[in-house]
Ligand binder design. Structure first.
Ligand code: NAP
Length: 287
C-alpha cells in the first residue's frame, strides 16, 4: 500500500475508538489501538490475528503525561512517525449540574478536555517537526447544543469545539489538518461501561418533580434508536483521509439538522424549540 498511515487512536479498546481502529487497519493502515488497561486487549489481538491486520494494542492513559510520552516515543521509535491522531477517549454520564460532585466535575474535565489537550500538545509537536499530520477530535452534538442532564459533558464537548478551531488555525500554519467530528447518539453499549451512565439522575429526589425519570426514558430511547459505531467509524475514517476538507463533520443521527437549526434560529427560538420539541419538559408558564 502506497500511502500507509500510522494512526494513533485513543480509548480504542471498545466503542467508537475500537471500530475506528478496526476501520483504519482494514483499509491497510497501521492502527495503534491505545487503551489505559492492556488487560482489555484480548479481543483486539484475536481480530488482528484472525484478519492479519496491523492493529497494535498500546498502553495510553490520556490523563497521565508519562503514559502519553511513553506511548508516543514507542510508536515514533518503531514507525518513525505518527500521521494521524484520533482523540476519541472520553467519559460522560448523566446528572444535573446542581447535583454534580467535585469528583464528577474533575473527572469529566480531566479526561475529556485536559486529557485531549495533553495528548494533542505532545503529538502536535512531533507533527510540527514533520510539517505534516492530521488531528481528529471526536466532539459531539452536545458541543453544539447543551443537553439537559448532560451539563458537564456538554461543557467539555463545547471546549473541544473551541479547541478544534484553535488547533485548525495554529497547526494549520504548519500544514497539519484538523477534523472535528460531531456524532449524534451512537450505540456503543452505554450499559456496558465501567460506570453507570445514569448515575447522576436521582429518580427518588422529589425536588426534580419526576424529570430524572423522563430524561432517563428519553436518553434510553435515543440510544435504542442510535446508529451502530461501525457506521460512525466510516465517517471518521473518510474525514481523516480527505486531503483537503472542512473542519467540522456532522456524523449521523440528527446532528446535521441540529447544526443547521442552531445557525438559523436566534438563541431565544432555539431554546424554545429545544424545550418544546426535543425534551419532555413541563412548560413553565412564568417563562
Ligand atoms: N456514544 C455516543 O453516543 C457518542 C456521541 C457523541 C460523541 N461521543 C464521543 O465519542 C468518543 C467515544 O465514545 P464511546 O461511546 O465509544 O465511549 P465508550 O464506549 O465509553 O469508550 C470510551 C473509551 O475511552 C476510554 N477512556 C476513558 N478514559 C480514558 C483515559 N483516561 N485514558 C485512555 N482511555 C480512556 C475508555 O477506556 P476504559 O474501557 O478503560 O474505560 C474507552 O475505551 C467519546 O469521546 C465520546 O464523548 C460518543
Amino acid at each position: 500500500m502506497n500511502d500507509r498511515k500510522v494512526v494513533l487512536i485513543t480509548g480504542a479498546n471498545r466503542g467508537l475508538g475500537y471500530e475506528t481502529a478496526l476501520k483504519f487497519a482494514r483499509e491497510g493502515h497501521i492502527a495503534y489501538t491505545s487503551m489505559r488497561d492492556m488487560k482489555k486487549a484480548g479481543n483486539i489481538m484475536t481480530v488482528a490475528e484472525r484478519e492479519n491486520l496491523a492493529l497494535i494494542p498500546i498502553e495510553l492513559d490520556i490523563t497521565d503525561e508519562r503514559s502519553i510520552r511513553a506511548c508516543a516515543d514507542k510508536i515514533i521509535e518503531r514507525e518513525k512517525r505518527i500521521d494521524i491522531l484520533v482523540n476519541n477517549a472520553g467519559i460522560g454520564y448523566l446528572g444535573f449540574i446542581t447535583d454534580a460532585s467535585e469528583e464528577d466535575m474533575k473527572s469529566h474535565f480531566e479526561t475529556n478536555v485536559y486529557g485531549t489537550l495533553k495528548v494533542t500538545k505532545h503529538i502536535a509537536r512531533h507533527m510540527i517537526g514533520r510539517r505534516s499530520g492530521t488531528i481528529v477530535n471526536i466532539s459531539g452534538a452536545n458541543g453544539i447544543a447543551a443537553f439537559p442532564g448532560m451539563g458537564l459533558y456538554s461543557a467539555c464537548k463545547s471546549a473541544i469545539e473551541s479547541l478544534s478551531e484553535t488547533f485548525c488555525l495554529e497547526l494549520g500554519y504548519f500544514g497539519i489538518k484538523v477534523r472535528d467530528i460531531i456524532p449524534g447518539t451512537v450505540n456503543t453499549g452505554m450499559e456496558n461501561r465501567p460506570y453507570d451512565f445514569y448515575k447522576g439522575l436521582n429518580e427518588a429526589d422529589p425536588a426534580w418533580e419526576g424529570l430524572p425519570g423522563k430524561l432517563k426514558a428519553f436518553y434510553a430511547d435515543n440510544i435504542r434508536k442510535a446508529v451502530m459505531p461501525e457506521k460512525a467509524a466510516v465517517i471518521i475514517y473518510k474525514a481523516a483521509m480527505r486531503k483537503s476538507g472542512r473542519l467540522r463533520y456532522s456524523c449521523l443521527g440528527q446532528t446535521g439538522m441540529l447544526l443547521m437549526i442552531r445557525k438559523i434560529l436566534s438563541d431565544r427560538w432555539f431554546m424554545a424549540f429545544f424545550k418544546k420539541l426535543v425534551f419532555p419538559y413541563k412548560q413553565n408558564k412564568a417563562e
